[in-house]
Design a protein around this ligand. Structure first.
Ligand code: ATP
Ligand code: MG
Length: 283
C-alpha cells in the first residue's frame, strides 16, 4: 500500500488544540450501565487508541461521537461545537468531517465495492464520473483492492471487505477518522500496512484518529496516547510507553492477556479466542 495523496489539506501545526472533548458521558441501555462518566479529550492530529475488554462499550462510545447514539448525560464537543442535542441536519454536516470504519465493515450488500467507496463522495456532492472513478480507484489502490472494484461485497473475503470499508472511510479525506478494530481478522502483513496507513494519514494529512483495537502490537505502532476503558470510565490514559510500564496490576493483566484465574490468552487482548472459558475480569 502506498501513502494517500496530500492534495487537499496541509499538515497541521502541533498546537495542542482539542478537537474532540468528551465530558461526563453516561449511557444506559435498558438496565445496563455502559458508559458511566467518560472523560476524554483528543488533540488535533493525535492518534488516540482505545482499548478495553469485549463488551466494555468502546463501539458504543464511538457511536456517540458521530451522533448515532445519544447520551443520557454529558457533553461531546467537536471543534468546540456541542453535538449532544443538535438537530439531525446539523449533525449530518458535522458527520462529514468524520470518517468511520465500523466494526462490522457495514458495506452496502447491493452495491459493488467501487459503488460503496464512491458513496460518501456522492453524498458530499461530487457527481462527475471521471473524478469519482479516479478517487475511488486511488483509495482502493491504497488498500490493494483495485482489481476487485467491480465485485459485490459477498464475493470478496472478510479481510477484503474490511479494507473496502476502510477505503470508504478515508475517501473524503476527513479531518477525523474513527477506526473500530481496523486490523481484526486481517493477516499480520495487511495489519501492518493498515497501521502504516493510519500513521501516514496522521503525518501527511494531520488526520485526528481514534482507533479501537484489541491488537497490542498495533497499539504500540500507532498510538500517541492510549485510553483504557473499563467499567464505563477511562481507567488509564497515557502514552504507549506509560502503558507498558504501568505498575497497575489491572492494566498489566489486560495488556498481557491474563484472565481472572491467572491464565493468559482470554482477556480479549489478542485477535484470537482464548482457550480457557471466558470469565469476568477482576476489578
Ligand atoms: N443497540 C444496543 N442495544 C442493546 N445493547 C447494546 C446495543 N449496543 C451495545 N449494546 C451493549 O453495550 C455493551 C457494550 O457494547 P460495545 O459494542 O460497545 O462493546 P465493545 O467494547 O465495542 O466490545 P467488542 O470489543 O467486543 O467490540 C454490550 O453489553 C452490548 O451488548
Ligand atoms: Mg466493539
Amino acid at each position: 500500500m502506498e501513502s494517500p495523496d496530500k492534495t487537499e489539506r496541509q499538515p497541521c501545526a502541533e498546537n495542542g488544540e482539542m478537537v474532540i472533548e468528551v465530558k461526563g458521558l453516561k449511557k444506559k441501555i435498558g438496565s445496563q450501565v455502559i458508559l458511566d462518566g467518560v472523560d476524554l479529550s483528543i488533540r488535533r492530529g493525535e492518534t488516540m487508541v482505545i482499548i478495553g475488554q469485549s463488551g466494555e462499550g468502546k463501539s458504543v462510545l464511538l457511536k456517540h461521537l458521530v451522533g448515532l447514539m445519544t447520551p443520557d448525560e454529558g457533553s461531546i464537543k467537536i471543534d468546540g461545537e456541542e453535538i449532544v442535542g443538535v438537530p439531525e441536519r446539523r449533525m449530518s454536516a458535522i458527520r462529514k468531517k468524520i470518517g468511520v470504519l465500523f466494526q462490522d465493515g457495514a458495506l452496502f450488500d447491493s452495491m459493488t465495492v467501487a459503488e460503496n467507496v464512491a458513496f460518501p463522495l456522492q453524498e458530499s456532492g461530487i457527481k462527475k464520473r471521471q473524478e469519482l472513478l479516479e478517487r475511488v480507484t486511488h483509495a482502493l489502490s491504497l488498500m490493494g483492492l483495485e482489481a476487485h472494484m467491480a465485485k459485490m461485497p459477498i464475493n470478496i473475503s472478510g479481510g477484503m471487505r474490511k479494507r473496502a470499508a476502510l477505503a470508504r472511510a478515508i475517501i473524503t479525506q476527513p479531518e477525523c477518522i474513527l477506526y473500530d478494530e481496523p486490523t481484526s481478522g486481517l493477516d499480520p502483513v495487511v495489519s501492518d500496512s493498515i497501521d502504516r496507513l493510519i500513521l501516514r494519514m496522521q503525518k501527511e494529512l494531520c488526520v485526528t484518529s481514534i482507533v479501537v483495537t484489541h491488537d497490542m502490537r498495533s497499539v504500540q505502532h500507532v498510538a500517541d496516547r492510549v485510553a483504557y476503558l473499563k467499567k464505563g470510565k477511562i481507567y488509564f490514559l497515557g502514552t504507549p510507553e506509560e502503558l507498558r510500564n504501568s505498575t497497575d496490576q489491572v492494566v498489566q493483566n489486560f495488556i498481557q492477556g491474563v484472565s481472572e484465574n491467572g491464565n493468559g490468552s482470554n482477556s480479549g487482548v489478542s485477535n484470537g479466542v482464548g482457550l480457557t472459558p471466558v470469565s469476568p475480569q477482576p476489578n
